[in-house]
Design a protein around this ligand. Structure first.
Ligand code: AMP
Ligand code: ZN
Length: 473
């Protein structure tokens, strides 16, 4: 098949044509959530854009196998192997066991994903399922001389590598600035950039989950889980590895170090990273206390798909600043869009040439480094075009396989809510606009006539401070 898709590869630092190892097939891995708390909408931006990548790959014809881990052990408060274990922190906060916390927040994560129409990966594997695989990889790394024991822990020795900072020409000092939180030095390490593969002596003796290992009772480091879980399900060669940009260093850098030392060959060819969602004070993070969740947006009356549209309207490689003002604009745009699609008469002839033309334009936008906002522009252009309703409806249905905004079904939910069909609703909205213009032109007779005409159709208008509202009589 033709390889049409290009996207930015963090490994080569350029936009590249995507060519998988095996023709037509894609082995894809995503770093999953650390399930000690709800996902914030920043985390979910990463998962939305990775979902877009997966669906684009499928749309252009690839057979994708996507794997994701669930981090339920080993992720410390600082990515540099220091600080408290995140899961334990969650358990203490809620007076529950680590496994209870993991179960609750894994379910919450998939519930958020489902509200955002994020497809569940083909394989989802919690880290605590794979302790044997972790121990096996660490054993091999020890045998090959890439790992050492010090102070009761097993560390990866980064000085044994030809190149450790694979992702960047930045200096070690610059990279470590990004590691955040409390970077306090671990005296057991031979080199500053070494990292833990297995803990038996952590500062936190109250660690709840521990397993036996050749090096003593303990628990795995965070990075090892992604190398092992991906290899368990995808084998030793992978096409695309995804995550948020904060994962580039040290997490993904360490994953490459241990995976390639383990296998003795290159592991993954393409690295896809999503930039952060920020709020006014900087990167959105859970340590900041109150953080934005899907449930919070819902409690404020927003359909979660409006947040998906908000993400799709900006490029995954640009930082995005969250604001309710922009979200409100997205909400208005979304309502208009789905209402317009709801008024299309889908039972007619589909114009094949027009369908192919717009589908090709839509694909071209996505294949150009996942230009999702351009793909949405193609959707708007198509809806304005002089082509049959049935063609438009079929195209909207097709585009929604990737955009996943419920484009052709959302109007049904709103019809069920307000009891009128999309055609009547768009008529009412047009009449309200006409009446507004009449009032502005001081043509009160016309304004009254419009009100009466709607009343005859069983619709009552109310002039409120927020504008004109309508309801069924
Ligand atoms: P975590 O649950 O902390 O392991 O993070 C889950 C995913 O969210 C990872 O891929 C992170 O890189 C990503 N992530 C964390 N913070 C943000 C943010 N503010 N915006 C976008 N993605 C983020
Ligand atoms: Zn990972």
């Amino acid at each position: 098949m033709e390889n049409k898709l290009s996207f930015y590869n963090t490994l080569t630092r350029k936009v590249e044509q995507f060519i998988p190892n095996e023709e037509g097939k894609v082995a894809m891995y995503t770093c999953g959530p650390t399930v000690y708390h709800f996902a914030h909408i920043g985390n979910l931006r990463s998962y939305i854009m990775e979902d877009l990548l997966e669906k684009t790959l499928r749309y252009v014809g690839y057979d994708v196998k996507r794997v994701m881990n669930i981090t339920d052990v080993g992720h410390l408060s600082s990515d540099a192997d220091t600080g408290e274990d995140k899961m334990l922190k969650g358990a203490k906060r809620e007076h529950k066991t680590v496994m209870e916390i993991a179960k609750f927040y894994t379910d919450a994560f998939f519930s958020d994903c489902s509200k955002l129409n994020i497809k569940t990966p083909d394989v989802v594997e919690p880290a605590t399922n794979c302790i044997d695989e972790f121990i096996n990889m660490i054993k091999v790394l020890m045998e090959k001389g890439y790992a050492y024991e010090s102070g009761g822990n097993i560390y990866f020795d980064t000085s044994k590598l030809e190149e450790y900072y694979v992702f960047s020409s930045q200096s070690e000092k610059e990279l470590l600035v990004g590691v955040r939180d409390d970077v306090d030095e671990d005296e057991n390490k031979r080199n500053k950039s070494d990292f833990v593969l297995w803990f038996t002596k952590s500062k936190f003796d109250d660690q709840e989950l521990k397993w036996d290992s050749p090096w003593g009772i303990g628990y795995p480091g965070w990075h090892i889980e992604c190398s092992c879980i991906s290899m368990k399900h995808l084998g030793e060669y992978m096409d695309i590895h995804c995550g948020g940009v904060d994962n580039i260093f040290p997490h993904h850098t360490n994953e490459i170090a241990q995976s390639e030392s383990f296998t003795g060959h290159k592991w993954c060819n393409y690295w896809f990273h999503v930039h952060h969602l920020n709020d006014k004070s900087g990167k959105m993070s859970k340590s900041k206390g109150d953080f934005l969740t899907v449930s919070l947006l819902e409690s404020k009356g927003y359909n979660p798909l409006i947040y998906r549209l908000f993400c799709l309207q900006s490029h995954y490689r640009k930082p995005l600043e969250f604001s309710y003002e922009v979200l409100d604009n997205m909400g208005a745009a979304y309502d208009k869009l789905v209402k317009k699609i709801g008024t299309l008469n889908k039972d007619g002839e589909i114009d094949k040439a027009a369908f192919d033309e717009y589908r090709a334009r839509f694909e071209a936008a996505l294949c150009d480094d996942l230009n999702s906002s351009m793909a949405i522009t193609v959707l708007y252009d198509m809806l304005k075009a002089d082509i049959s309703d049935a063609t438009k409806f079929a195209l909207a249905e097709s585009f929604d396989k990737v955009l996943s905004l419920d484009l052709t079904t959302a109007h049904l939910a709103s019809e069920a809510d307000n009891g009128v069909d999309a055609e009547l609703e768009s008529y009412i909205l047009a009449k309200i606009e006409e009446r507004k213009a009449a009032k502005k032109a001081k043509d009160f007779a016309l304004a009254d006539a419009i009100r009466n005409e709607l009343l005859e159709k069983g619709i009552v208008l109310e002039d409120t401070r927020e504008g004109v509202k309508w309801k069924k009589a």
